[in-house]
Design a binder for this molecule. Structure first.
Ligand code: GDP
Ligand code: MG
Length: 188
């Protein structure tokens, strides 16, 4: 399961690991739904309907999972869940979960994302926490919640090409020491 602020590159990392553009990635607030990426003999996308999972065209998934295409009403209760199946060997052993950023600025999106992250974290074996900046108070508060439920936590400092080498080391060391001091977690 991948979590982090929006635009830290969560969807891009999953696409890169799987070597395919399965998830939309963009320069603005992009991911608005939770996507479970699982093994399937051919590419397919599914959503939840009253009768269970319903297959939808992959292009419909790519449209409907994007923030710019979902209701921005603050009263919209929750994010939508999607399932993508793809014929990648890695997916026979692992399910990847892509989540929306928890700091979205569209009305209600941050609260909806947090609620979805809390639910997904309960079932996740590994939580990949993606940062592209020194860890902040907001990041810590989310991390504190998921660290309690996730069995293993991996912190990734992404977009490191945007910093010089020394800054990358400083951001990494600072973030790890804050997590150690405030959450009592040590890197292994
Ligand atoms: N420079 C740079 N850009 C990146 C990197 N990873 C992702 N991006 C770009 O950052 C933007 C947001 O990526 P996205 O995967 O949608 O972020 P998400 O909101 O965390 O899922 C996209 O335009 C990506 O092309 C990276 O490592 N370096
Ligand atoms: Mg995304």
């Amino acid at each position: 399961m991948f979590i982090g602020r929006f635009k830290t590159g969560k969807s891009t990392i999953i696409n890169t690991i799987l070597g395919d553009e399965l998830l939309p990635a963009d320069v603005d607030e992009c991911t608005a739904g939770v996507t479970f990426i699982q093994y399937g003999p051919e590419l397919g996308a599914f959503t939840r309907s009253r009768d269970g999972r319903r297959q939808i065209p992959f292009t419909e998934y790519l449209t409907n999972v994007q923030a710019k295409n979902v209701s921005t009403s603050p009263t919209q209760p929750r994010v939508s869940n999607f399932w993508v199946r793809a014929p990648h060997e890695l997916l026979r052993a692992l399910t990847f979960v892509d989540t929306p950023g928890y700091d979205g600025v569209l009305p209600g999106s941050a609260a909806r994302a947090l609620a979805a992250i809390r639910i997904a974290a309960r079932n996740a074996d590994v939580c990949v926490f993606v940062l592209d900046h020194p860890i902040s108070d907001k990041d810590l508060s989310v991390l504190r919640e998921v660290a309690d439920t996730c069995r293993e936590l991996i912190m990734v400092l992404n977009r490191s090409d945007e910093f010089d080498y020394e800054s990358v080391n400083q951001i990494r060391d600072f973030s790890l020491s804050v997590v150690h001091k405030q959450l009592g977690l040590r890197p292994s």
